[in-house]
Design a protein around this ligand. Structure first.
Ligand code: ZN
Length: 112
């Protein structure tokens, strides 16, 4: 069978070749914790050829966005979270403060 990531021969019954399995293990181990550049460093550290790493990053075997897309999405979620932009949590905070009748602690007064 062909590898669903790099499209190279993966072997009988294997949907992912051994190289991509290594890259995938690195991705899963650090998912949501590090950025794309740090991922690239780790991928390069595996010693695999650059073309393999690029094919892996561009692969979208499940139609959920490529590996690279997913890394970038995790990065922006994390970045927004670091800036305090967590939509769900923020909505809950607003509701809680509104119910208490106090806007203090929100960092800014309500616009009237
Ligand atoms: Zn592969």
């Amino acid at each position: 069978m062909k590898c669903s990531y790099c499209q190279e021969r993966a072997g009988w019954f294997a949907r992912i070749c051994q190289d991509c399995q290594r890259l995938l293990a690195v991705y899963k181990a650090h998912k949501g914790q590090i950025g794309l550049l740090q991922f690239l460093d780790l991928f390069i550290e595996t010693g695999l050829p650059r073309e393999k790493i690029e094919a892996f990053l561009a692969a979208d075997p499940r139609g959920e966005g490529s590996v690279k897309d997913r890394i970038l999405a995790d990065m922006s979620t994390e970045l927004l979270g670091a800036m305090g932009v967590n939509a769900r949590q923020r909505a809950q905070d607003v509701k809680r403060l509104r119910e208490k009748g106090s806007w203090r602690g929100m960092g800014e007064p309500p616009k009237e």
